[in-house]
Design a protein around this ligand. Structure first.
Ligand code: GDP
Length: 206
C-alpha cells in the first residue's frame, strides 16, 4: 500500500449515509489548526489533498480519501468548540460518535496535536471521550520543527508519560509536515493498523 497515492473520494454529513466499507480505515482528528490537514497532505504526498476539507461547508463533514484499493484515510471534523453554535457541537457528537464508536472498518485513530502545547484540556477531553471506544490511538505531535531537538524530545517524553494515565496503550511521536520529520514512523503505524485489521476482519461489507 502506498499512502502517497491517496485520492479524495467523498464527504459525509449524515451518519446514516456512511459508505459501505470496502477496506480498513484510519481516521485523523485534531483541534482546529493543530496541523491535521497538513499532516494528511504530507502523508499523502499531495499539497492540496486534505484542503478539500477546509472549503466552506466541508469543515463539519467526514472526508474519505482512498489509498489504492487497500485502505482509506478518513478526515474527521475538527473539535474545539469555543463560540460555536450548539447545533454544530451536537452534530459533531452524533456524526463523529457514530463513526468512531460503531464503524467496523475503523482500524485506528491518529490524533494530531500541536507539539508546542500538546494535551490541552480539549485534547484530554477528546481522549476521555475516545477511551471507551477501545480504539488504537497514535498521536502526531505536529509542527515539531518549531521546537528545538531537545525541547521536542522533552515534550515527547512528557506526552508519553501523561498518556499512560489518560489513554493507556496510545503511542506518540514528533511530526513535522513542513520538514517531513516523522513521516516513516507515522506511515509504519498506519500500515501496521491496516494489516492487523485485514487479518482480523477479512474484506467484507458492513
Ligand atoms: P488543521 O486546521 O488542523 O487542518 O491545520 P492546518 O494543517 O491547516 O495547519 C494550521 C496552521 O499550522 C497552518 O498555518 C499551517 O501552515 C501550519 N502548520 C501545519 N503543519 C505545520 C508544520 O509541520 N510546521 C509548521 N511550521 N507549520 C505547520
Amino acid at each position: 500500500m502506498r499512502i502517497e497515492n491517496a485520492r479524495y473520494v467523498l464527504s459525509v454529513h449524515d451518519p446514516r449515509k456512511l459508505p459501505r466499507a470496502s477496506a480498513p480505515e484510519v481516521a485523523f482528528i485534531g483541534r482546529s489548526n493543530a496541523g491535521k490537514s497538513s499532516a494528511l497532505n504530507a502523508l499523502a504526498g499531495r499539497r492540496r489533498l486534505a484542503f478539500v476539507s477546509k472549503t466552506p461547508g466541508r469543515t463539519q463533514l467526514i472526508n474519505f480519501f482512498a489509498v489504492d484499493d487497500d485502505a482509506f484515510l478518513v478526515d474527521l471534523p475538527g473539535y474545539g468548540f469555543a463560540g460555536v453554535p450548539r447545533e454544530v457541537r451536537a452534530h459533531w457528537d452524533v456524526l463523529v460518535g457514530e463513526y468512531v464508536f460503531h464503524r467496523e472498518a475503523l482500524a485506528g485513530v491518529v490524533v494530531v496535536m500541536d507539539s508546542r502545547h500538546p494535551l490541552t484540556p480539549q485534547d484530554e477531553r477528546l481522549l476521555d471521550w475516545l477511551l471507551p471506544s477501545g480504539r488504537s490511538v497514535h498521536i502526531l505531535l505536529s509542527k515539531a520543527d518549531k521546537l528545538s531537538a531537545q525541547a521536542g524530545l522533552r515534550t515527547l517524553a512528557q506526552v508519553r508519560a501523561a498518556l499512560s494515565r489518560v489513554y493507556p496503550g496510545a503511542t506518540a511521536q514528533l511530526f513535522s509536515s513542513l520538514k517531513r520529520t516523522g513521516m516513516a514512523e507515522a506511515q509504519a503505524c498506519i500500515e501496521a493498523w491496516v494489516a492487523a485489521h485485514k487479518q482480523k476482519a477479512p474484506a467484507k461489507g458492513e
